[in-house]
Design a protein around this ligand. Sequence first.
Ligand SMILES: [Zn+2]
Length: 1286
Amino acid sequence: MLIKLSDLGSSLPLSTLTTGTPVTTFTTTIPVTTPPPAPSVERIPATLEQEYYKIYLEPNLINNTFRGQVEYQFRCLRSTPLIHLHMVDLMIHNSSISITFPTSGSPQYESWDYDKYNEFMIIRFDSNFVEGTVYHLNISYSGILSDSLTGLYISKYNDTKNQPKTLMTSQMEPTHARTAFPCIDEPGRKAIFQISIRHNSPYTVWSNTRAESEIDQGDGTIITTFKPTLKMSTFILALIMALEQDFGCRQAQAVPGYKNSSHIIQSRVCGRKDILEQLAYAEEVATESLRFFNEYYDMDYPLEKIDHFAVPDFGAGAMENYGLLIYREVGLFFDEKTVSASRKQYITTVVAHEVAHQWFGNLVSPEWWGELWLKEGFASYMETLASDRIEPDWKQDERFVVEKIFSFMEADSLPTSRPISINSTNPADIFQLFDSITYDKGATLIRMMSMFLGNTTFQEGIQNYLKNLSYSSAKEDDLWSYLSTAAKDTISVGIIMNGWTRQPGYPVVEIQRTYGTTKQLDITQTPFSLFSSETKDEKWWIPFKYFDTQTVNRADSQTLIWINETTKTISITTDDDKWILANPGYLGIYRTKYDQENFRLILEQLKQDHTRIPVITRGALIDDTFALIRTGKVNTTDAYKLLGYLKNEREFVPWTGAFSAMRYQEDLLSGTEILNSVQEHFLELILPLYNQIGWDPVDQSKDWLTALLQPSVLSASCRYGHKNCIDSARSRFLRWKMNPSLNQIPATLRSTVYCIAIRDGTTDDFNFLWDRLQSEAVASEVLNLLNGMACTRDNNLMVFFLNQHLKNNSAIREQDMAASLERIARSPQGNYQAWTYVRENWSKLFAKFGRSLVLGDIIDAVTNRFVTTIQRDEFKAFADSIPDKGTASRQFILSMDKINAAINWRNQNIDPLTEYIDPSGLATDKSQRLPSDVVPTRYSLWIKPYLNITNDNLRFSVFDGVVNISLNVRHETNRIVLHTKYIDIINVRLISSDNTQVTTHSFDEERDFFIIMLNKNLTLGSSPTLYIQYVGELRNDTYGFYLSSYVRSDKTRGYLVASQMEPIAARRALPCFDEPALKARYVIAVEHDKRYTAQSNMEATGPPIPVPNDNDWVTTTFAESVPMSSYLLGLVVSDFKCITNTTTGRWRNITTRACAQQEKVEELDYALTVASQNIEDFEIQYDLSYPLRKVDHIAVPDFDAGAMENWGIIIYRETRLFYNIKTSTSSNKQDVALVIVHELAHQWFGDLVSPAWWDDLWLNEGIIKKYKKFSLDKPSLVSYLRARKL
Ligand SMILES: [Zn+2]
């Protein structure tokens, strides 16, 4: 069937590949309670040969039941009085059991027994069936339409009016057909099926074949009978019954046969009617894949039609039912706006995969589940060939290495791994076969064969295999013999491949060079395993190739050397000072270990010019080396040295290997002291790539793999705390939150952005996504939202979120449970929460998922990051407490192995690694002051705050900003350092007369430094201009430009922007030199809603000017300021009202205004009087005229300090400025007067003459609180500031 759930890939597809498994010397054995192995499942005896089933079904979507009748035609091969059929959970109408043909002389029904273990219904008759005779058996029964996504089941959805509705769909693989009708439910026992279904007339039905007749029953129901199928297995039967008003298909595309062009195949894509246009891409992939495989297999798809149907609830990724392929909606729907690069690729490969199955699996089926890989491995390999045809630029081979080879090699190195082919299976095992070994190792083995046989021979072999075994079943020996024949028996494929399919695991190949006169390679193979103390003597036939600097460009055509012995020696000619590398293109399935000297030569090459080594080999080096450190075969520090060259690496395969290695290292080092230093080290390696790729959407048509890589790069950079990354993610999220109907976050980045925003966000942010989810119809966006919500660090929200998966009528589907748990468990805190949740809800989870693959995934998800003995003991206690582990039994053992290996790795590696990482080596100059090389003279600032807010719950908003900073160069330097905080830099340019340019920029989060590097030194005394475009946050924390609000008497809420820069918040408002001594002039322009008024330090140069092409916005520009410190910058954008005195001051040339929310403006009369009189007093007292033309006194609803003396725009907490003659006391009156006087005094002391530097204490956030206390306490404030600022 099915692409496993995990293969769906989140939008962070690459980081999900990483959950690896450590390998190390294993000394302590922790017994896991393992139930005795279940007996193999019995096969249905071959006494009767099934030929034909006539199936009649009557589903009832009101009470979720169905009635059925089956007429089973068989031929007796060996005389017997018994009929064995598979049957589960059906209520058989005993009186209906009878042999209906031949009508006379047939055996009579006596009774039936049930064999629960084998799921057999064994029907006994009064006499023997006669050899060679054909009989018809009739059985009527009824059953329940399940809600567990198996058999015939109910799928739920909300229609376009958001009304809950249901449809019936099906999933028969592997053993669910027996829940729909009694049958011989084995893949090798093929028959012809004819299905009839009685349904209400508003419903349409689909099945494997076209409808043959539709008979109106005159009671509002219709009986639709489908054409008989070709001879096929039960597991690919399919049936869908859905409301015609909600579900339908796009117009069929006619695909002519390749062999027989008059055989026209109608290819259709189907799903929810209202979004059928989103199926256009899937439609193209469907028809192209069909064309490709018709040609590649040299055999036409034999049916008249092939429907690809997207249903809302589907357990697997997709299912290849003959002629009616069923998908999850994410597998088919494609909306350019919301679908990321990885999902587009997923759609392509999943459709190609299912189409490939129409031959491998449907036409020729595995004889038994034990050789499931014969179809799944094949389809997983073939999907890449078809995708390569459809999207030639996607570098399928590089993807194959990452997504298939890297991914199964983890699981296959565990002691619990299994051979890809197994003989015996018990019922639960059948479900557990749908794993990475079957899919990815299977595909890799097939790729290996096509590589050592050559594509042409390989293709010829499988064409013959398909042609000769059509409509029947096959074992792997059949495949070997067809491939050997195609190779003209020059090679025995069976002998080579048996070791690969009948043994678990794969080898590690150690290459020891002999240097000097006798140049040779000693090549040793040993099984690669977690348990190096365990001796195994397994051997493989290894197709071995190597290359050096001379042969690197023709590595593929190097002689193939077969290694089937433990050690083999070959002579070489490579010079001693040149490296050799093995396994070009990852031809063979093995890990490679080199001797120390050769490894050193490789590191040297990577450092000098890594591009001399092919991309896949670079990736393999990283992946192999990090796997080998877990066995102790390679030193951990050597592996870290290998990563050093990544600063220059830009390619998909090596980086994916590296991200995987880094993620796993983080998990292993969880809770240790060196984790932070290791993360810093990783971030340093990633930053050059981050700076190159950045946040702008990558052109997928030009650089597909970089587009795929981008989310991983951003996700890792943010995870390692890169400030710019986090700020960028957050500002994108806030912008969307402000205007929910317009989500401008590129599809590829949504999952990352949502995750970062939720991780550090509020309940309100979480609720925002939750609200979006309620009405989100696009399947891939639903996944983005789920991924985002799973990143919360709030325990209550985690539990709420997980509970929603199990609730009826929830916006979250149960199918997403394992993936959500996995994501929650990625943080240490989430891991604990997820683990607790699974333990507390085990019986519920078992009831839901005990029969499906999901249960094992759940255990894997919560235990993946267990690395301590405490966690191991908890896990063991839990495992011991549940005797029946259902389909998860293997996973329990596997998880225990993983945990033990992680514990051992930590014991051995943390000390040497700590020494290597050496935190003291990372320490740099941590002066808190800006360098004095470059200083500002003038800021020209434009900002646009967004205040068109409709949602009262909104907590944050954003603003756009552009600043041009005129600089004065005091010392030659090639860097400019200024401050930023909570600012997302969009663009940085330097405008200079000598064409000096910005090369890179970076952030030092600890010091709020924004460091800009230039291509050459700035000339002494020159005056370049720095241009910076950015997005800032309007937070509600009363610092920087901040968002404030008040409630009017009619309960409506008014919003405003206010500001508070002192001491170090100007850096939140604009990139600036945020030190008090670095004064400059400011020209400020504010673009704002025309219903608002903007006020700043200086007077406006005129009335607001309308913004061209936008009737609602105007620009207010202010006069150039006097030179002032950044901490004095002031801005208020509000719908406040002011009262004015235009004749203030000694020369009556100053305007004083007092402003507040409109309803309270009359309480300002007293403040205006005091403010006007005191300006005059101060001018006289100091004999210094006030240098500005106006001073505003503005009362804002939430202001952290009591008042702030911004030059020309003094901001007060409301209560400090209001005086109501009726309600205020005389002490209030005195307070108002005092605070105004003191703030006015500051216009001279502090503003005119500023401190050279803040007391160092002030830089500490904790001391800011102390400062607030000062400002509330007037006498000490005044004395403190006087002492400081004079
Ligand atoms: Zn498949």
